[in-house]
Design a protein around this ligand. Sequence first.
Ligand code: HEC
Length: 132
Amino acid sequence: MRSLVATCLLAILVVGFPIPRAAQAATGDPARGEDIYHRCLACHALNHNSVGPRHCGLFGRQAGTLKGYSYSTAMKKYGVTWNEETLDHFLENPLKAVPGTKMGYAGVKDAQERADLIAYLKQATSDPKICN
Ligand code: HEC
């Protein structure tokens, strides 16, 4: 019996625990994300307001609170703080996540594309060379 337990423990050590697929899918490639960000450039820039608000400083900012940009009431009331999870949810279907938002964009449906985009945003929106 004891040797069976030892064999099992050894098997776990050697083979390792299975890595959940969801954890793998969440890893984004910022270089690919930069290409995907081109879809946003019609309305957004990293370091100045355009049709949409600037993205510099996005992570950790509460939705709808950038001074000097005129948000919809829906976005001002959304209440989330932007991070990987909240961006993933919002960007999948902006009009569904925030009914009444004036971001007239259908969203990024592909989970891997969103992960890539968010990885890029995380780097670029805190890059002191861009966001000054
Ligand atoms: C058709 C124009 C348009 C496109 C394309 C667009 N956006 Fe927006 N975005 C807006 C507008 C307008 C707002 C302000 C929404 C509001 O006030 O309801 C906004 C708001 C946002 C916000 C909330 C920011 C904050 O300060 O709270 C994020 C995040 C965002 N957009 C990300 C993106 C990303 C990433 C893309 C590309 C995948 C994108 N947007 C594409 C127009 C656009």
